[in-house]
Design a protein around this ligand. Structure first.
Ligand SMILES: N[C@@H]1[C@@H](O)[C@H](O)[C@@H](COP(=O)(O)O)O[C@@H]1O
Length: 236
């Protein structure tokens, strides 16, 4: 595990964007695993800036996102598809037909999960996975549980996750109670993982995830077992 200390959010974002752009420059057809939330917004901003300067070309890149709320259409402003369009896909020269997010409106959840796993496999797996972490240690929407969920699955969101995401929706009732998330297996099979953590109130859970016991009660703790994990953080 490599830990890169950043001065602040902007510095963290620039350092993470550096790793991603190096990946894309070296391997233009990379499969990027992408994340949503407030942590990666600055990273995407930085990538867009470098794209506008002509430094990074996304035309060959394919992407798979970690998760999506169940019940939200991609055009819904709170959907993760919309988030990705707004913060990255609509601002760079990526082929949007090669950007994938679970379908929040899928009628058959089981079939949707199978489809998403097969899709990741058909892309040849993930070259670089960008991750944030939730206050309870979740990665993607892999919530604390009794076992690590290996494959894409439908999750009942924990009350603390609903609470944390209420800031995007206005009130807790509007936050979907379920979400699709990529499983631990797809995340762990990514060739490279970049975990970004900025907010000070996550310092404790980050410590637990990186140095505590590897347990599904802290889903992010599995990352200790990954052979190529880089943590970029400005927490103390
Ligand atoms: N599903 C997402 C995660 O992928 C993200 O890492 C986490 C942290 O979000 P933030 O970066 O906004 O703190 O929240 C959400 O629940």
């Amino acid at each position: 595990m490599k830990i890169i200390k950043a001065k602040d959010y902007k510095d963290m974002s620039r350092k993470a964007a550096n790793i991603i752009s190096a990946q894309v420059i070296l391997y233009p057809n990379s499969v990027l695993g992408l994340a949503t939330g407030s942590s990666p917004i600055g990273t995407y901003e930085q990538l867009v800036e470098w794209f506008n300067k002509g430094d990074v070309d996304f035309s060959g890149v394919r992407t798979v996102n970690l998760d999506e709320y169940r019940g939200l259409d991609g055009s819904n402003e709170q959907s993760y598809r919309h988030f990705m369009d707004e913060h990255l896909f609509d601002l760079v020269n990526i082929d949007k037909s090669k950007t994938f997010v679970p379908n929040g409106l899928a009628e058959d959840p089981e079939a949707e999960c199978k489809r998403y796993d097969a899709l990741i496999e058909s892309l040849g797996g993930i070259d670089l996975q960008l991750l944030g972490i939730g206050h309870n240690g979740h990665i993607g929407f892999n919530e604390p549980s009794e076992a690590f969920d290996k494959t894409t699955h439908l999750v009942d969101l924990k009350p603390e996750t609903i609470e944390a995401n209420t800031r995007f929706f206005g009130n807790a009732e509007d936050v979907p109670k379920q979400a699709y998330t990529m499983g631990i297996k797809s995340i762990m099979q990514a060739k490279k993982i970049v975990l970004i953590v900025s907010s000070e109130d996550k310092a404790e859970i980050l410590k637990k995830a990186l140095y505590g016991p590897v347990t599904p009660e802290v889903p992010g703790s599995i990352l200790q077992l990954h052979p190529d994990l880089t943590v970029v953080t400005c927490t103390t």
